[in-house]
Design a protein around this ligand. Structure first.
Ligand code: NAD
Length: 174
């Protein structure tokens, strides 16, 4: 029996965008099963991390539905100790053989733990980036073309635009 390759991809997805999507389309061609981990799952309602883990699970699940591989979407909370973060993640996911990431810390930790780590090309990082999309939402600029259509609906449905705008306001006190 041919052994299946199960790959892992981790991101914060604040929000999920077309750069993430393009990579996952490529990974889906190279592997049989895909685990997508939602990093920093405990974070939400701040300007860098406006969306909850649940909202991000919905984003990723909706976007990858079209991919021709069996997928799992799993939120992972950060922990204070990098040295045991990989074991923490492994305890929460199905077994996997390959990790796809460009994040230097993520790559280092998985390499030290004995996993094969593969890099991925970057697609228009100036445009397809969570930072740029959040900036555009805040500035009232066009951002919808930078994410898959399903993500636009999810951000609107959770009042994400007003949430980001509200979070940027200063407490003027009363
Ligand atoms: P991210 O969403 O910034 O990026 C995810 C991946 O997508 C990266 O490999 C990145 O290079 C790629 N990407 C982004 N834009 C792209 C584009 N335009 N084209 C192609 N690829 C693009 O997420 P991240 O910061 O890499 O996520 C790592 C997560 O792991 C974080 O949540 C972090 O907190 C967590 N982590 C936690 C610990 C700990 O708790 N001790 C340790 C290490 C990592």
């Amino acid at each position: 029996m041919v052994k299946k390759i199960r790959a892992l991809y981790i991101g914060r997805f604040q929000p999920y965008h077309l750069g993430h999507h393009r990579i996952l389309q490529t990974i889906a061609e190279e592997t049989e099963e895909l685990i997508v981990c939602i990093g920093s799952a405990q974070m939400s309602h701040d300007l860098k991390n406006p969306f909850t883990a649940g909202e991000r699970v919905l984003m990723v699940t909706s976007a990858i539905r079209e991919l021709p591989v069996k997928s799992y979407v799993i939120p992972i909370m950060d922990i204070e100790r990098n040295a045991i973060w990989v074991s923490h993640l492994v305890s929460l996911t199905p077994p996997f053989e390959v990790v796809y990431s460009n994040n230097p810390l993520v790559r280092r930790l998985f390499t030290e733990a004995g996993f094969e780590v593969r890099g991925t090309p970057l697609y228009r990082r100036d445009l397809y980036s969570g930072t740029e999309i959040r900036r555009r939402i805040l500035a009232g600029e066009r951002w919808e073309h930078l994410v898959p259509e399903a993500i636009v609906e999810i951000i609107r449905a959770c009042d994400g635009i007003r949430r980001i705008q509200d979070l940027s306001e200063r407490d003027t006190g009363e």
